[in-house]
Ligand binder design. Structure first.
Ligand SMILES: [Zn+2]
Length: 204
């Protein structure tokens, strides 16, 4: 478990996807690509692909945590449909019930952090990104890997046009937040926005 910044840790899984742990009052895992030996209250899934849900069932059993995702990913996770690409997984994945769904604009407080949900369809139709505006931290899932590197749109429920629109939205949203904070330092602040993506090789 590697510390990224105050209270936020990165965990790498055998599939290469990254899972993030927020060690705050409410303990949150963003995606479930690996097991963790610290308590988890809540798991937020950025999308339903196998490398992001590989240990979801085990984590929920171990910690009794709630699992949240976008409504469009719910059935896939609960039934392990084709959309999850589960046959590519190096381990057997078990289906898992979703406790509640998330939509654009939802906000979840962990104590120190406020997590804002942004719908970013394109990689899958129910992909979400998670933004923390005060810390300028973006968990971008497989939608955007920073700069001009974007996720795949050729998998089940993917859509290239939507993906590019979603990436555009993420870039704009970060920028707007920076402008709100310090008027004359757009550029510096834009670069200081930390994008925590979910594919280790492309992380920026
Ligand atoms: Zn994916």
């Amino acid at each position: 478990m590697r510390k990224i910044t105050d209270r936020i840790f990165c965990l790498q899984s055998e599939s290469g996807a990254l899972t993030y742990y927020i060690d705050d009052k409410v303990k949150v895992l963003i995606d479930a690509g690996t097991l963790i030996n610290k308590h988890v209250d809540l798991i937020i899934l950025t999308h339903c692909h196998f490398d992001h849900i590989m240990y979801l069932h085990e984590l929920k059993q171990r910690y009794g945590c709630k699992v949240l995702c976008h409504a469009n990913e719910r059935e896939a996770v609960e039934t392990l449909s084709e959309k999850t690409l589960s046959w590519l997984s190096p381990k057997k994945i078990l289906p898992c019930n979703i406790d509640a769904t998330l939509k654009d604009g939802d906000r979840l407080s962990t104590g120190k952090f406020m997590l804002e949900i942004i719908e970013v369809p394109g990689h899958t139709d129910g992909s979400i990104a998670i933004f923390e505006p005060k810390q300028k931290i973006l968990f971008s899932g497989d939608t955007w890997f920073g700069n001009n590197s974007v996720g795949r749109a050729d998998l089940p429920s993917g859509n290239q046009e939507e993906l590019l629109r979603s990436v555009g939205r993420l870039k704009k949203l970060s920028w707007q937040n920076h402008i709100c904070r310090v008027k004359d330092k757009h550029r510096i602040l834009a670069f200081s926005c930390r994008v925590f993506c979910h594919e280790s090789q492309k992380c920026s």
